[in-house]
Write a protein that binds this ligand. Structure first.
Ligand SMILES: [Zn+2]
Length: 156
């Protein structure tokens, strides 16, 4: 799939319960509040050869891999930009999300992080757990990583 082609990438971020915080919280030398971020990135592959089969109408993509990473990031508890866009972008990059897909994801994660930092119910919390889920359609700049049998319009 060409990188410039419009695809249905998906990104959402939300607060999760404290049961998601690991038992062995790292010890930090400062006294700042922190996000605990679980970032899950699902990579999907288009199944173009199935589109013309009526009984497979729903199977346009298949999940090729899922990558799950966690991050601890300090939270300044400001009105805005609690989680810097540079930080979000570097998290996404380390999870394998190409730069050209990141723009709207960074905005979405950033605004969700601000909401969590300013939520009334989180006022006394030192740790703010957040889950980020991303599903991306593999494109050309991602090929060569783990997938070797992906072809656009194979068997035409
Ligand atoms: Zn690409």
């Amino acid at each position: 799939m060409d990188c410039s082609e419009a695809v249905e990438d998906y990104c959402d971020a939300w607060a999760v319960g404290c049961e998601r915080i690991p038992k062995n919280v790292p010890s930090f030398t400062d006294n700042l509040d922190r996000y605990f971020i679980i970032l899950e990135v699902e990579k999907t592959i288009p199944k173009i050869h199935n589109i013309d089969k009526e009984d497979h109408q729903g199977e346009f993509v298949e999940v090729e891999s899922t990558n799950s990473l966690t991050f601890w990031v300090s939270c300044p508890r400001s009105d805005k930009d609690n989680l810097s866009k540079e930080m979000i972008s570097s998290m996404l990059t380390s999870a394998g999300v190409p730069l050209h897909k990141q723009e709207y994801m960074v905005d979405k994660i950033s605004s969700q992080a601000d909401q969590i930092a300013n939520a009334e119910c989180n006022k006394g919390s030192k740790i703010l757990p957040m889950f980020v889920f991303i599903s991306i359609v593999a494109c050309l700049c991602m090929s060569g990583e783990t997938n070797d049998d992906y072809h656009d319009g194979k068997g035409d």
